[in-house]
Design a protein around this ligand. Sequence first.
Ligand SMILES: [Zn+2]
Length: 585
Amino acid sequence: MHRLYFAAALIFGGVACGSDTAPSDGTGPRSDVDRAAAMVDVGAPLPSRAEAVALADAVAIQAEKEASLDEQARLFALAARLRERIYRFEASDADAREALELFARAARAGRGKEVGCEAELGRARLAGEIGKSAATTYRELYLAKRRLGSLREAAHESPCLSSLGRALARGTAFAPTGAELAALERDGDRAEASAPPLSSSADVASTSASTSATAPPAPSDDVVILPTDLAPAKHPVKVTKIDKYAEATGGRVVIQLTGATTFQVGALAPDGGKDARIYLDIDRASVKGIARETEVGGAIKRIRTAPRAGGGSRIVLDLSSEMHRRVFYLPEPFRIVVDVSSRQAVAAPASGVRTVKRVVIDPGHGGDDAGAVGPTGLKEKDVTLDIAHRVAPLLAHELGVETLVTRDSDVFVPLDERAARANAFHADLFVSIHCNASENGEARGIEVFVLDELKDTSRAAARVAMVENGLVGPKALDPAALDAQMAGIVSRLRTGETAASSRKLGELVSRATLASLSEKYPNTADHGLKSAGFYVLAGAEMPAVLFETSFISNPDDEARLAKADYRQKLADGVVNAVRAYRDGK
Ligand SMILES: [Zn+2]
C-alpha cells in the first residue's frame, strides 16, 4: 500500500505542480492545498479521477515534508477527505483504503489534538462504510476512543470527542458480546498504548469478513458508557467513596463521584498468575484519598485504584473467577455500579408456571433512616421490618421457598446493597416493603410500584420515588427530571421479559393483598400498579416490586399499621401473590 502510494505521487506530482492554475509566484504547493480544499466540499465539481488522485497525492507529499505536526495533520486529513470524496464518486475500494491510510497518518500527526480526533472519527466511519457493517463502525469508534486517551481530560470542550461519544452511544446495539467483546477490549488495551495504526487492505478485509461471518451481535451496553442524558460536570470530578458488597456467588461495587462523567469498562481473563479482573477507566476523575488497594473477599477479592497517565483514573476489581458482569450508572449523586455474578441472569417467563425457589424480602429503611413517620409517631422502618419477618417464615413453610430478608434488625442497609444481596442470592423475586406518605394526610390505601419504563409520570408517583430514594429536601430533583433520568437507566437495565414479570408480580401483590384485607377491612383503597424510578430496585436482576402497604401519614391507616392483625393480613397478601405468581396466575 505504502509503495503504491508513493509511486502514484511520483507520477502525478508533476502534473499537479505544473497545472495552469498554479500561481507563478513560487507558492505552487500551497495552491494544490487550496484546490484540494475547494474539492472536498459536497457539491463542488471534481475533475477526472486521475487529476483528483494526483492532487490528493500532492497534498499528502506536502504533508510528509511539513515540519509542523499540526500542519502535517491538517494536510493528511485534507488528502484523506479528497480521497474519500473520490471513493464516493467512483466506489473504488482502492480509494477508500487510501483514505483510511491518510486518515490514520493525520490521526498520528494530530494525536491529542482536535484535528487528530476528527481524523480518527473520519477513519472509523469510513472503515464501517467499506465493511458495510455497523459492527465494524462500532469497533473502529471504540478503538479510536481508546487511542484518544490524552484528549479525554478536555472531553467537555472537544466537539469531536463529544460526537465520537454520541456515535458510540448510538451504535451500542452493534457492540460485540462474549469472546468477541473480550477480544475487542484486548485490542483496545493495545490501541491505547500505541499510535493510530496504519491500515492495510488486509485489515479492512478481515474485519468485514469476520463480522459478516458471525451472527449479528446482541445488544450490549457495557463497553463504553456515556451518560448521554446527563450533562457531564464542568470540572474534573472526584471519587468520594467506593462501597462494596460481596458473597461467594456475586457482588456489587458502587463508585460514588462528585459529578457525572464518561467511563469505559473492560474485562481480562486470568493469566500468568493474575486474577480475572474487571477494570473501569473513569474519565476526568481523581482517586486522591481513596485507598490504593482494598481487600474485599468472596467473588471480589480486592479493589485497586490508580490515576491514569493520560488523566482520569482506573479502578480494577480482582475477581475470584471469571464472572458475568453488568455495569450501569445512577444519577444524583452520580454513581457507577458494577454487578458481578457467577450466574447469568435469566428472565422468567411472563406466563405459565414459573420457577420460584428463592425470594428476597426487603424491609424498607432502618437504623438512622426511619422512613416516613405517622401522626402519632409510628415509624415506617419498624412496620416494614415486622411485616417482612411475617412474610419470610410463611414463604418457607407454605411454599417451601428459600427466603432472604435484607435486614434482620433496626440497622441501616444502603439501597445499593439491597439489590446486590438479592442478585448474589440468585433470587427469583424481590419484594421491597414500605409505607406510603402524602403531604395532605388524606390519602389512604395500597399502591404497588415497579421499576419500569415510567409510563406513569404523575407527580405523585415521582414524589413517592423521591421519598424512597431519600431525595426530598432542598436538593430534590424536579420529578420530571428524575423520571427522565431513571427512564434512561431503566431502558438499559430491564429486559422486556423481566419488566413484564415485574408488572405481573405487582398486579398479583395488589390483588392478593386486597383479597386478604377484604373481609376485615373492606374499604381499602386501591391505587393500583404504578411505575417510577426506585434506586432500591435498580440493578435487581429478577422481577422486583416495591409495595407501599398503606399511608402511615393518614391517622386511620396509621392506626391499622400499628396492629399485628393488619400487618399479618398484608404479609398474607404478599405470600399469596408469590404463590399465584409461581403457579402462573
Ligand atoms: Zn419507604
